[in-house]
Each structure stands twice: as structure tokens, then as C-alpha cells.
Design a protein around this ligand. Structure first.
Ligand code: ATP
Ligand code: MN
Ligand code: MN
Length: 301
């Protein structure tokens, strides 16, 4: 997918409708949105989301009874999905092959929604080349109670450090509590190299500013700090896909933003599934043109 195609996606509309049952079922009890409204959101946003979600192994957060009831994180095919929810066998650590899911069109997205999906999470590599990641993600996870201003400062600091080593990066409001800093890279290296790069980058940051950052997952070591979650960069890990809805209060969505807009947001849940038109308009704007795309290699550091 090229940036031009991604922008064109903001104009096109999917061709086929998928039958959605129980359209009136309330999926987000706090804010009232229904399964039908969630499907309509995905129908509108699909061409845009596909630029980032298509052809990657995905995991789904499914909440068949709505987000307030039991939800589950699904990695593998369980049957029952429509035929546009494709399967790709991937070798597990123990050597066995398991079917993972991927989608390549709007119908596939809507068939997932029909099955109670709220969130889409993607691998950092393509289904056609699972062993060669094509993006780095630094998922900033603030300790509870930390001010969002600290998250924003952390994101721009990471952007600057990435720029220092030659990498262009992009910011996304996660729809939850944090910001994701994403650097697309041309596929070339394997997962071990990516993971090692992400770990060393994050540990260096934590070492330089131990009061602000930690690169250790432990909640105890996160007190008052931001965990730079570099573990999104290991084989099998996923991160929420741009424009995915979140199974959280208010039906927020993961939203790409321009760096110069970041300071204006006071939370990571600024956009919701009610904002499809706004998000499409934003995606067509100059400031978001080319978001998520850069021809660059992982630096040799
Ligand atoms: P926030 O900004 O609130 O941290 P987030 O999307 O960055 O939002 P989480 O929802 O906490 O973070 O999830 C972290 C990552 O772990 C997600 O990107 C997701 O792909 C993955 N994940 C979530 N739930 C599971 C699970 N049950 N099993 C495996 N991986 C999961
Ligand atoms: Mn996070
Ligand atoms: Mn995380």
C-alpha cells in the first residue's frame, strides 16, 4: 500500500454490505453505541483502516455480549467467521503450525464485527512474510495517575531520539491511556534484530532518564513513570491497528495524529466511533498525508 492508496482509501466506500445481526444490541453501555453503530463505523472507516490492517496476522478482541461483559482476545481461527476472514498458518515456538487470521477487504472487517469483534490488533509483519517485520512500535504505557502531559512529552522525546538515528516516526492516540510511536521500516531483518533494537533503544532512554521512564514491564517499577513497552516488537506480539475501535468506556478509537497536533490533546481517547466523518476528513488533510509511511531501513546501531 502506498500513501496515495491510503489517502484514496479515505475517499472510497466499500462495495459489499455484510448482514449484521442484532444491530440494536448495546455494545458500549456507558455511551450507548450499538452493534449497528459499530458496524457502520467500520464500514465507513474500512478503506482507511485497511491500509494498516490488511494482510497482517491479526488478533481480535471479541465481546459478543458487549464490552461490559466477558471479552476475549482471539489469536486463532475458531471457525464461524465468514469466508473473507482469511487464514494463514504460522509456526509456533513448539514447531507446530497454527492458523492465524488476516483480512484483506472491508467485508472481512465487517464479518469480524458480525462475530462480536470490537478491537483489531495487528502483527508487525505481513502474512506473506511473517518473519520480516516492517515496523517498530513504542507503546507508551503511563503509570496510573500520571498526567497526559508526561505521555506527550515522552512521545516527542522518542520521536526526536528516533530522528537522531535517522528514523521518521508517527504518533497515534491509542484510544486508551497512552500514545504509540510508530516507525515503519522496510522489511529486511528478522524479529530478533527488531526486538533487540527496540529493547536497547528503550533501555538507553530509561537509563538516561530513570525518573521518567522504565523499560521493565513490572508494575512495581513503573511508579510515577512511563513504561516504554518495546515488547510489541517481538514475534507474535500485536498492537492495536490504526482506526480500530477500543472496548473501553465511550467507544474510543485508535487515532493517527500529526506531531504538531499532539500538544492539543488532553487524553488518548479524543476520538470515538461517532467520529467516522471527522476521521475521514482528517485523513484527507495535508497534515495527515503520508501518515505511517516512510522508506527507511532499521539503522545499524
Ligand atoms: P493503552 O494506551 O491504554 O495502553 P494499548 O492498546 O496500548 O492501550 P493494551 O490494551 O493494554 O494497550 O494492550 C497492550 C497490547 O497487548 C495490545 O497492543 C494487544 O495487542 C496486546 N494484548 C492485549 N490483550 C492481550 C491478551 N489477552 N493476550 C495477548 N496480548 C494482548
Ligand atoms: Mn499501551
Ligand atoms: Mn503495552
Amino acid at each position: 500500500v502506498t500513501p496515495e492508496q491510503a489517502q484514496a482509501g479515505a475517499k472510497a466506500a466499500p462495495e459489499t454490505k455484510v448482514a449484521i445481526s442484532s444491530r440494536d444490541r448495546v455494545v458500549f453501555p456507558d455511551s450507548g453505541q450499538t452493534k449497528g453503530q459499530l458496524a457502520d463505523y467500520y464500514y465507513s472507516i474500512a478503506p482507511l483502516m485497511l491500509a494498516f490492517a490488511a494482510d497482517r496476522p491479526i488478533s481480535l478482541v471479541r465481546c459478543p455480549q458487549g464490552r461490559a461483559k466477558k471479552c476475549f482476545f482471539q489469536k486463532h481461527d475458531s471457525g464461524g467467521f465468514g469466508d473473507h476472514v482469511r487464514k494463514v498458518p504460522i509456526t509456533e515456538k513448539d514447531g507446530s503450525a497454527e492458523d492465524y487470521l488476516y483480512i484483506d477487504d472491508a467485508v472481512g472487517i465487517l464479518q469480524c464485527v458480525q462475530m462480536g469483534t470490537i478491537e483489531f490488533h495487528g502483527w508487525g509483519s505481513r502474512a506473506s512474510a511473517v518473519e520480516k517485520p516492517d515496523r517498530l512500535i513504542f507503546d507508551l504505557d503511563p503509570d496510573e495517575g500520571l498526567d497526559f502531559r508526561d505521555v506527550k512529552q515522552a512521545a516527542t522525546d522518542i520521536r526526536d531520539r528516533l530522528r537522531d538515528i535517522g528514523l521518521t516516526s508517527f504518533a497515534m492516540l491509542s484510544g486508551g491511556k497512552g500514545v504509540h510511536v510508530v516507525a515503519p521500516v522496510l522489511p529486511g531483518h528478522g524479529w530478533d534484530v527488531h526486538k533487540d533494537f527496540a529493547r536497547r533503544f528503550s533501555e538507553a532512554l530509561a537509563l538516561a532518564e530513570p525518573d521518567r521512564f522504565t523499560a521493565t514491564m513490572s508494575k512495581a517499577k513503573r511508579k510515577g513513570k512511563i513504561f516504554i513497552d518495546w515488547l510489541r516488537n517481538q514475534r507474535g506480539a500485536t498492537a492495536v491497528v490504526p482506526y480500530s475501535a477500543r472496548a473501553r468506556s465511550g467507544a474510543p478509537v485508535a487515532a493517527p495524529i500529526a506531531w504538531n497536533e499532539l500538544s492539543g490533546f488532553d487524553g488518548a481517547d479524543a476520538f470515538s466511533i461517532d467520529d467516522a466523518d471527522k476521521l475521514l476528513k482528517r485523513a484527507r488533510s495535508k497534515s495527515l498525508a503520508g501518515w505511517g509511511f516512510a522508506d527507511q531501513k532499521l539503522p545499524d546501531v
